[in-house]
Every structure is written in structure tokens, then in C-alpha cells.
Design a binder for this molecule. Sequence first.
Ligand SMILES: C[S@@+](CC[C@H](N)C(=O)[O-])C[C@H]1O[C@@H](n2cnc3c(N)ncnc32)[C@H](O)[C@@H]1O
Length: 211
Amino acid sequence: MDAESIQKVYNNYAVFYDIVFGKISEPGRASAIKRLQLRPGDHVLEVGVGTGLSLPFYPPYCQVTGIDLSQEMLRRARKRIETKGFTNIVVERMDASGMAFADDTFDAIFAAYLITAVPDPWGVLSEIKRVCKKGGLIIFVNHFKSRNRLISSVETTISSFCSRHLGFRTDLCLSGILNDRDLRLINRERISPVSLWEIAEFQNMKGQPWI
Ligand SMILES: C[S@@+](CC[C@H](N)C(=O)[O-])C[C@H]1O[C@@H](n2cnc3c(N)ncnc32)[C@H](O)[C@@H]1O
């Protein structure tokens, strides 16, 4: 899975993305954005903003920047911004593994269904920490590899097929992120008891000891 093939997959998905993934994945976006506890004037970055399905959940008093690799996904996000008249939201094409933002630009960072869709999750995580201010919240909504041995072995087996043909991997463990000493876990929960997706909320400690 490389940046070019990811772009191709999501450029193709863009036409039907909202119909297939819109409603089913909506509860995760809404409750994660509530958890960001955004205050007036806060600047939040959404990484992998896609078609902008989460944009209506941001309060109008904060500034939102969304980035994505796929021009076709972004085209739909821009249309949504225009149609809804969101004057506090901008989106741009940028690779999350090499962001053009300065260190400590954002008060909070949100990434929904993104971290398993990127070719280099650890590079993206490092960029997210860099551009987020110290103490800022970083929230992921994602599927992570199951702790059940049987399910996780299926997830490992199908992962390379999924990443080549569907644009996401199924073998990423949350423990990799949990072991990051810059990130303090605030909360981790399943969106619903039967959901495949979890919300994982961290505070960016940037080297400040917290253990
Ligand atoms: C499964 S979609 C999720 C879209 C959106 N967050 C949502 O909630 O529907 C994953 C998105 O991540 C984007 N993406 C993948 N790799 C990326 C990268 N390296 N930098 C920026 N965006 C990336 C894809 O283009 C796609 O729009």
C-alpha cells in the first residue's frame, strides 16, 4: 500500500463513499467530536477528512482544517462546505505523513477511520504529535486488531488483501499507540457493544513525564 494506490482507491470510492459508509460510521464521528471539548477560537485538524462527513458536527465557534490525499474525496468535502455555508472550515490536499504545518499549530486533532488507511501509520502518528500543541487532545476512531486470538489471526490473514484492494488494513494494534510515551490514554471505548470501531482518546504530552 503506497500513497499513490491509496489515492487511486479513495478517488474511486468517492462517488459512493457517503452512501456506503455515511450512516453506518456516523455515531463514531459525532461522539468523538463532542469529546474534543472544543472551545471558542480553538483550531482543530481533521486528518483524512475524506468527503467531510464529520464537518457538520464541529461547533461554528472553532476553526477547522481538514487534510486528505484524495482529490475526489476533497472535492466532495469542498462541496459540502459550500452547500452548508461553513465559513470556519477549510480543506486542503496534504499527505498526513509529511504535513506542511509548523510544530504546535493545532489545539486538537481528530482522525476518523484514517490510521489503518495510511501507508505509514507510525509516520502519521509522529506528524500528528508534532503539529498538535502540548496538552492537546488527539482522538482516533478506528477498527483496531482484536484481542481475541481467533479473530486477530483472521484479521492478520486478510490484511494485505484489504490494504491492496479495499484501501485499509485490518492488522493494526492499538497497543502500538498505547505504548507511545508521548501519548497519555484518556479514554478508550467501543462505539457500541456490537461495533467494530473504537474511540481512543489521548492527550499529547510531548515528552513531559506522566507515568
Ligand atoms: C476510510 S476514509 C475516512 C474518511 C473520513 N475520515 C470519514 O470519517 O469518513 C480514509 C481517508 O484517509 C485518506 N488518506 C489515506 N492516506 C492518507 C494520507 N497519507 N494523508 C492524508 N489522507 C490520507 C483517504 O484518502 C481517505 O479519504
